[in-house]
Design a protein around this ligand. Structure first.
Ligand code: PEP
Ligand code: MN
Length: 338
């Protein structure tokens, strides 16, 4: 349920209303716009009498929200959420964010070399996996804690904020220098992990599961937000369909759908979506044209010898021309998606 307050509603009366709702075990999340304030109510709102609310002189309107996700719902919070990373980078709300780097951290020269080159090309954030969720237990599992240290080194060298994937709660202490914690597709519904991340104050990039609906993605975001962490970035990385020509199928239409349903930023990962380096630029363009808030791409200095996901990794040279073209394309895409 949301309560839309009248313009310039009396602050004391708003506070009294919030206290009354709290006594009914309803949590209130206010969203202050330029002119209007919206109170989002979380809890069992069946106990709330709409007519009584409507009779208050500070209330303009009251609406029930049908969708099961509340905090992530655009009806709760009409303006785009802007996630601030380290006070240097913004995600959402009109910014276009480019996240780039290798699938996995492999060595000091590999990660710092890639970091320096993607930074020069226009990347805003460096990615690098340290804990890798591999289909085969015999495949490279990542450099784990050591990999995070090397990623931190690259951050120090370049000043780029860093993102890396967490696989379980007890890895959390190792992520103290990581700026965005990534929840991978396979963990999108690891609810205990999501609950714990809800108590952190770090931004979370939540990837859509291989076989999850948009509603399920938003419910997972809700798990994080209901714990108090509103800094959630959504990521579409392709879903499983009957098609086998690509690793997954990029659901480009999820971008305008999510833009309607939620205020959270949406990043597209064309690398895991396609599985093929040659398909990464066209899908990155498609995502940008459709209004994505940014992209995340895998870049490797030596793709044939990458320890993970070489086939879908683009070279620093390809990334350089891709990033420049995306920045140009975005200038047009943003205005016609408003
Ligand atoms: C990744 O980004 O390295 C990754 C493993 O992605 P996903 O969870 O989308 O498969
Ligand atoms: Mn990968």
């Amino acid at each position: 349920m949301v309560i839309i307050l009248k313009q310039n509603a009396d602050k004391n009366k708003i506070r009294q209303l919030e206290e009354r709702l709290l006594q009914q075990n309803i949590k209130v999340r206010p969203t202050e716009g330029d002119k209007q304030t919206i109170l989002g109510l979380i809890g069992d709102t069946t106990v709330v009498d709409i007519d009584t609310l409507l009779s208050l002189d500070i209330v303009e309107n009251v609406k029930r929200i049908q969708e099961p996700y509340k905090a992530a719902n655009r009806k709760f919070h009409p303006h785009d959420t802007v996630v601030r990373i380290n006070d240097t980078v913004s995600v959402g709300g009109g910014s276009f964010t480019i996240i780039a780097g290798p699938c996995s951290v492999e060595s000091v020269p590999q990660i710092t070399g890639i970091a320096e080159s993607v930074k020069k090309s226009g990347a805003n954030i460096l990615r690098g996996g340290a804990f890798k969720p591999r289909t085969s237990p015999y495949a490279f599992q990542g450099m784990r804690g050591e990999g995070l240290k090397l990623l931190s080194e690259a951050k120090k060298e370049t000043g780029l904020p860093i993102i890396s994937e967490i696989m379980e709660i007890n890895q959390l202490p190792l992520f103290s220098d990581v700026d965005i914690i990534q929840v991978g597709a396979r963990n999108m519904q690891n609810f205990e992990l999501l609950k714990e991340l809800g108590h952190q104050d770090k931004p979370i990039l939540l990837k859509r599961g291989l076989a999850n609906t948009i509603d399920e993605l938003l419910m997972s975001a809700e798990y994080i937000m209901s714990g108090g962490n509103n800094n959630v970035i959504l990521c579409e990385r392709g879903i499983r369909t009957f098609e086998t020509a690509t690793r997954n199928t990029l659901d480009v239409s999820c971008i305008p759908v999510l833009k309607q349903l939620t205020h959270l930023p949406i990043i597209i990962d064309p690398s895991h979506a396609t599985g093929k380096a040659a398909l990464v630029p066209p899908m990155a363009y498609a995502a940008t044209a459709a209004g994505a808030d940014g992209i995340m791409v895998e870049v490797h200095n030596d793709p044939p010898h990458a320890l993970c996901d070489g086939a879908q990794s683009i070279t620093p040279e390809t990334f350089d021309s891709l990033a420049k073209s995306l920045i140009e394309l975005r200038k047009y895409a943003y205005s016609y998606n408003q």
